[in-house]
Every structure is written in structure tokens, then in C-alpha cells.
Design a protein around this ligand. Structure first.
Ligand code: NAD
Length: 540
């Protein structure tokens, strides 16, 4: 049994540090080239000629890559490659498979770190710190801890009893067929984890990356191949969502989907899987982590400076494009009277611009569609009788898709920006009368269909417990006196229920259990030679 991994330490990127110098050099290098990104099918690069460009969100005139899109033919070839690769992959055994993914973690912690971080900064417009905690640390942790957890199943799930003359055992098999990994733009770590978590257990995968993270995701695909991933185990197919679901779901060997993205897309997929069921060999595993409307509830007696910091970081880091980002807050009027203006003053200090300028706290949102959607919410709030823009509200898409960090204060707890996922740097605050703490918890629980993350800020244990109980099903990741973002692998396994997903907890062993289909084996050492039973004997 290998020893328990430790979380990857986060590098600081302070001025003059070796990591900052190395990252800046790598950013310059990547800025100076335009990469041709192929599909990777059965370990081969496939240049389809049907290309799309990948631009930098904070400088959308700059092309980072030309990406060769897979059509239906290539997607079908990727499915077949995954099916063909599975037997040899299973036969390699868990230890050899883990060795490959642990090698991936080692490469990412070492010589590949700056390449992956720089690519994530440019492709998804992350600051150095946001890239480091995502693309480096979280992914290194996913790979190391998933291997550790997978080894544990082999011991943990063996039968308790083998009577004399019998040997019972459980074979930890993967699913039969291929897993379709459909991944979001916002975390490079999630993108690589969705195909590789099932692969550790002996599954093979078709990986459909988001069209907004092809560059960084391709770098990670290259890294996995360098670590020794055999051909066909993970097949990288940049392609349209509808094409992928058409081809993969109509393949009888489709064994499961590992999805992270928006609720609407996941619900559509689930329905399509239901329709496809009669043609499938197995009941597919459906694992999806989806949207959020993550909350912060403050009690009148709370750490007000801590609340301010949690609201600012939780709402605006990575431009609010974390599924866990704080986007609605319930604050007592007395508390807001003391910290509201201070929060506004601090948000005014937030620096925003190019990710390569390390003094920026924020950069741009991911694409024109996101920009239009988020600015639409802000414009409607400006017009609304129940809302006031406390800070921010300006948007500029001339160079990059920039949206100012924005706080809306509303008198309506059911206003659209209090209940719908915006996925941008917009925090809406509902101010409640101090005596209505419990009623406010009820409003928070009922207002939105999502249940991903949330925080309670309170000083007294009794108030914390009241919130803990009232919000039991309102968040799959619950924080006490902290911001609702920043879950760490092996510390806070991540996921929510209700409209936020199947809550299979990425970064914990429960997720991995979805990718196995055990076989129970009974070996009899003393095989019966006579078909009769004693009870058949006649009475004396
Ligand atoms: P998205 O739903 O737009 O896209 C996710 C993936 O689905 C992409 O690869 C996309 O191309 C694909 N897709 C789109 N339409 C499809 C279709 N018809 N068939 C098959 N695939 C299709 O999401 P996004 O903008 O990339 O990511 C943001 C969303 O992801 C937010 O809603 C966020 O809350 C969610 N998210 C959730 C978690 C979590 O753990 N709960 C983590 C990260 C992101």
C-alpha cells in the first residue's frame, strides 16, 4: 500500500521569485506562437482541416491556436479506439495504471508546471495564482489522491466471509465500454480529471473539451501522453456538443458520461441518454456536476471584516466564473450599514486587465456570449425598481471581454440575479431586518433551484447550528466563517445536489466508485458431487 499523498504546495509567484520569472518567460514564449491543435485519436494526431481559432479572452484579437475540430467520423473513430484499447488497459492492472497517472502528477509538479499554468492564464484568462491553484495544484492532487483511493477499494470491498471450502472475492472491474467526458472551460484540473478518474479504474474515454479551453486542455493531453498513457485510453476530440452526443450515445458501448458544465446541457444529455437506452448494452453511469447560485448568509453577530473579505474574494476571483463563486448574499441591515461602504471602497481598488500583468486581481470573462449574458443582467438591474448598483456596472468588450466587479443591492430576495446563475463578477446583496435571521435562512433555502456551495458567517455556535440545520440541503459544500470557494482535493470533496448535479464528489473516493462495476466471484474448493439433500430422506 502506497503512503497517503499530501496536497501540492501552492507557489507564491512573489516579485523576483524563480517561479514568477519562469512563468513570465513561458507566457512570452506562448504569446509568440500560434499552435496547431489536432484531435488525438488512438494516440495519433488527426488534423481534420476543419479549424476554429482559440483567442485570449483579455485580448481577443490575439490568436493562440488553430484547432482542428472532430466531425462525426472522427468522433466515431475515437469511440472505437477507446473500445479497442480497453482490454489491454484492464490487463495492465491498477498498479501500472496508477504509475502512469502518478507520473502525470510528477511532470505537472515539475517541468510541465509553467507550460500548463501559462496556457491556462492565456487561454482562460486566469491570474497566476488562479492558474496555480487550478491547473497545477488541484490537478496534481486529483491524480495523486485518486490513485490512492483506487488502491483502497481493492482491500476495502472484499467479501467479509469465506466459509470453509469456499473462497469469495470481488473483482473491481471497470464499466464495460467507453466513458464520455464532457468538460467545462473554467478549470483545467476538472477538464483533465473527468477522463482520467475513470481511466485509473480501467475505463477508457472519449474526451470532449470545451471550445473555450482547447489550448490548455491540449497541453494536458500532451502531458498525459508523455507520462506513458497508452494509445486509445483517452481520445481528445475538440468538437461540437451535439455531434459528440449524437455519435457517442448511439454507440451500444457507451458506458457512462462524466460531465461538468451547465445545468441545462446536463439535463438535455440525461434526457438523450434515456432515449438511447434501448440500444445500449449497459445502463450507463451518469455523473454530472453542474451550475450553482452560491450564497453567503451573515448573522447580525459575525466577524464583519472576515465577511467583507469572503464576499470580495468569493465573488470576484476568477471574475466570478467558478461554479462555487459567491453570487448572492443575505446581510443584516445593521451589518451592511457598517461594512457596505467599506466593501464598496475595497472593490473599487480591484485591479483588472491582462493576466500577464501580475498586479491584476481580475481579468476578462471567457467569451462574447458570457459577456453579453452578464452585461444583460447588469443592464436589467440598472433599470429595475428593486435594485441599486452599489459599485461597478461598466462593461467593455473592445480589447477583451471585461466586466467590472459589480455589486447589486436589492430589496427583492427573488430578483433574477438572486436566484439565477450569472457566472460572472456580479454579487447581489439582499438586506434583511436583523430580527429575521431564521426567516432569511428559509428564503435562502427556497429561492434558487441550485444547491452547490454556501457560507454562514456567525459568531455564536447556536446560530451556526441553526443555519447548519436550516441549510442542510441548500449546499453540497458548506462553509462556516469562510468564503464558499476554494475546495481542496481530499479536504472538501466537491459537488452539490438539486439542480447542481449528482453530487458524486470529485476529489473523493465516492466519485471513483461510480466508475467500477464489481464482479463477485465464488470459488468452491469442495464441489458437491451428489445432487440430493438430506431433507429429501423419507421419515424413519
Ligand atoms: P457549458 O454547459 O456551456 O459547457 C460544458 C461542456 O458541455 C462543454 O464541453 C460544451 O461544449 C458541452 N456541451 C454544450 N452543449 C452540449 C450538448 N448539446 N451536448 C453535449 N455537450 C455539450 O458550461 P461551461 O460554460 O463550459 O462551464 C460553466 C458551467 O459549468 C457553469 O454552469 C458552472 O457552474 C458549471 N461548473 C460546475 C462545476 C461543479 O463542480 N459543479 C465545476 C465547474 C463548472
Amino acid at each position: 500500500m502506497s503512503s497517503q499523498p499530501v496536497n501540492e504546495p501552492i507557489l507564491g509567484y512573489t516579485p523576483g521569485s524563480p517561479e514568477r520569472i519562469a512563468l513570465q518567460a513561458e507566457l512570452d514564449r506562448q504569446m509568440a506562437e500560434v499552435v496547431e491543435i489536432p484531435c488525438i485519436i488512438n494516440g495519433e494526431k488527426v488534423f481534420t482541416g476543419n479549424t476554429t481559432t482559440q483567442v485570449i479572452p483579455h485580448k481577443h484579437g490575439h490568436i493562440l491556436a488553430n484547432v482542428h475540430q472532430a466531425g462525426k467520423e472522427e468522433i466515431a473513430a475515437a469511440c472505437q479506439a477507446a473500445i479497442n484499447a480497453q482490454e489491454a488497459w484492464i490487463n495492465m492492472g491498477l498498479e501500472a495504471r496508477c504509475a502512469i497517472f502518478e507520473r502525470c502528477a510528477e511532470l505537472l509538479a515539475g517541468e510541465w508546471r509553467m507550460k500548463v499554468n501559462a496556457s491556462t492564464m492565456l487561454n482562460q484568462s486566469k491570474t497566476a495564482f488562479q492558474a496555480e491553484i487550478d491547473a497545477a495544484c488541484e490537478l496534481i492532487d486529483f491524480w495523486n489522491f485518486n490513485c490512492f483511493y483506487a488502491r483502497q477499494f481493492h482491500d476495502m470491498y472484499q467479501p467479509l466471509v469465506s466459509p470453509e471450502g469456499v473462497e469469495n472475492s470481488t473483482e473491481i472491474r471497470p464499466l464495460e465500454g467507453f466513458v464520455l467526458a464532457i468538460t467545462p472551460f473554467n478549470f483545467s484540473s476538472i477538464a483533465a480529471n473527468l477522463p482520467s478518474a475513470p481511466a485509473i479504474l480501467g475505463n477508457t474515454a472519449v474526451w470532449k473539451p470545451s471550445r473555450n479551453s482547447y489550448h490548455s486542455n491540449y497541453v494536458l493531453m500532451e502531458l498525459m501522453m508523455e507520462a506513458g498513457l497508452p494509445a486509445g485510453v483517452i481520445n481528445f476530440v475538440p468538437s461540437s456538443g451535439p455531434d459528440v452526443s449524437d455519435v457517442c450515445l448511439s454507440n451500444p458501448d457507451f458506458a457512462g458520461v462524466h460531465f461538468t458544465g451547465s445545468t441545462a446541457v446536463f439535463q438535455g444529455l440525461w434526457q438523450r441518454i434515456g432515449e438511447a437506452l434501448p440500444n445500449l448494452k449497459s445502463y450507463p453511469r451518469i455523473v454530472g456536476e453542474t451550475g450553482g447560485k452560491d450564497f453567503v448568509v451573515a448573522h447580525p453577530d459575525c466577524d464583519e471584516q472576515g465577511l467583507l473579505v469572503a464576499l470580495l474574494r468569493g465573488s470576484f476571483e476568477y471574475q466570478g466564473q467558478k461554479c462555487s463563486a459567491a453570487s448572492r448574499a443575505y446581510v443584516p441591515k445593521s451589518v451592511w450599514g457598517r461594512i457596505g461602504w467599506q466593501l464598496v471602497a475595497e472593490v473599487r481598488k480591484i485591479t483588472m486587465g491582462d493576466a500577464r500583468d501580475f498586479t491584476n486581481f481580475m481579468t476578462a470573462v471567457i467569451d462574447q456570449r458570457a459577456f453579453d449574458k452578464i452585461s444583460g443582467y447588469i443592464e436589467r438591474a440598472k433599470e429595475s425598481d428593486t435594485c441599486e448598483i452599489a459599485i461597478g456596472g461598466d462593461c467593455d468588450d473592445s480589447v477583451g471581454w471585461f466586466i467590472e466587479p459589480t455589486i447589486i443591492v436589492t430589496t427583492d430576495p427573488n430578483y433574477e440575479s438572486m436566484i439565477e446563475e450569472i457566472f460572472g463578477p456580479v454579487l447581489t446583496v439582499f438586506l434583511y431586518d436583523d430580527e429575521n435571521f431564521e426567516k432569511t435562512l428559509e428564503i435562502c433555502d427556497k429561492a434558487s433551484p441550485y444547491a452547490l456551495t454556501g457560507s454562514i458567517f456567525a459568531t455564536n455556535e447556536e446560530d451556526i447550528q441553526t443555519a447548519f440545520n436550516a441549510l442542510r440541503f441548500t449546499a453540497g459544500n458548506f462553509y462556516i466563517n469562510d468564503k464558499p470557494t476554494g475546495a481542496v482535493v481530499a479536504q472538501q470533496p466537491f459537488g452539490g445536489a438539486r439542480a447542481s448535479g449528482t453530487n458524486d464528489k470529485a476529489g473523493g473516493p465516492l466519485n471513483l466508485l461510480r466508475w467500477i462495476s464489481p464482479r463477485s466471484v465464488k470459488r468452491t474448493l469442495d464441489t458437491p458431487q451428489d445432487w440430493g439433500y438430506p431433507f429429501l430422506e423419507p421419515d424413519e
